[in-house]
Design a protein around this ligand. Sequence first.
Ligand code: HEM
Length: 481
Amino acid sequence: MMASQFSSLFLEIGKTNPWLTGVFFLNLCLFTLFAYRVHLHPLSHVPGPLVAKCSSLWLHYHAYVGDECTRIRRLHEKYGPVVRVAPNEVDIADGDAIAHIYSAKTDLVKSSHYTKFAVDTHTTVFSTLETTDRSARLKAVMPLFSASGVRESKPVIEDCVAEFVMRLKTEAESGRVVDVLNLTEAFACDVTTACLFGESYGALKETVAPFSVAGYFDSFLSPGRFFYMPTATWAVLEWLAAALFSNKQIGPSISSVNSYVDRLLKSSKTKSSSFQGRLLSQGVPPLETAAECKDSIFAGGYFIGVVVAHILWFLVRNPDKYAALRRELLDSRTSSESLPYLQSVVKEGLRLSMPSPARLPRIVSKDRLIVQNYRLPPGTNVGLGALQLHLNPDVFPEPEKFLPERWEHPTAEMRRDWVPFGMGVRSCIGRVLSNVVILEVIKAVVESDLLAGVRAVQEKIEVKEWTISQLKEKEILLAWG
Ligand code: HEM
């Protein structure tokens, strides 16, 4: 009786005011959807704020403004190590879960969010989702990234380091405030291209700042702010943004990198054992080889550049650590000991600079995943992020401080939760190369004593916490004299 009265009343309103009916229906649908997501969804038992359980808008917003990791850190403080951050996304802050999510055995694939990092519409080793897709390419180039491959590149690395120190000296002598990030990115771009492609990009030879790779790096970072958006929607937005707003720096910078890669693929190096030569002889088409080259220019140039600039800034801000490192380097000239303090400085620098701070999302496959007694059904987006692990005070006491000494006797948890290069089966292929490059360049700068008496202009370096972070000020300034 009541139901029929209600429906006839509703039909009556519909006749007189169709807009009101539409609004009513929309609200009813939303209410039903939210009620389902909060109470009946297979993730309804996972704690998290109501707003994130109801809709992904919370996550989209914080990814966009670049404070996602900090906000999620607060949620972990409130709800514990497993938090639902969107209707279908779970963030975990427990190093024990690394083995379950990122190991080859559990076979969780990268989430479709990564397809936004395709280069010129081609998927690359980094952006492809399935591990099987990338294995032939990986096998072809892996010798260049192995310990022995990197050892062979040592003379090339040393030449690039010497050029960087000379350039830093020239800049320092100019008496101007120096943007060291610009210099370290140029150095990292040159060293990566020289080691992998057999031909340096030559960014350090440029005289006008910002160097020509800077805009290209920015274009690569831009998907980060829309990381969780469906890729098709993002592609339309990107197209619209490019049509409406032209960026004077990015266009020429992309052209400059494109011409360098075109030259590279036309040169005789394509027949050699270089990165591009190996891919081409494996049958990878030239356009896809070019995309892999561009990916490596970004990965090497940006990631290594950001870490080196951060470490220089940390050393300037902590003169006692700088003095301790210098002492070790001077003493080592007379002994053949390894350089444990230098290693600790680099480890600590990687912990705090973490160019990839956010959750690295994977999709729970056929079998459900159980983490901390929470059952996560197939299809759930799940992952851990470096920021949650690196700034966990239970594992790294006083986590915000630059304390290389903490690595003198690392605990098992510290070793497990130090993940600047990602985790497990899809972790970074450039890890050994990056480590050697960073160690060599920091060693050379400190030996040259170029940082003595230098002042750091910024009190704090703030980043947009995207999948690949971007410095808010896009510069790290040091003042000589
Ligand atoms: C300080 C330097 C670097 C850092 C901190 C870094 C960080 C990372 C991280 C966190 C991942 C994992 C991404 C994920 O799981 O979603 C990754 C993957 C990757 N990195 Fe790096 N990276 C560095 C240098 C390099 C260099 C020099 C190269 C190559 C030239 C490189 C190439 C790659 C590739 C191809 C992958 C994807 C691997 C796969 O999915 O199988 N990286 N890197």
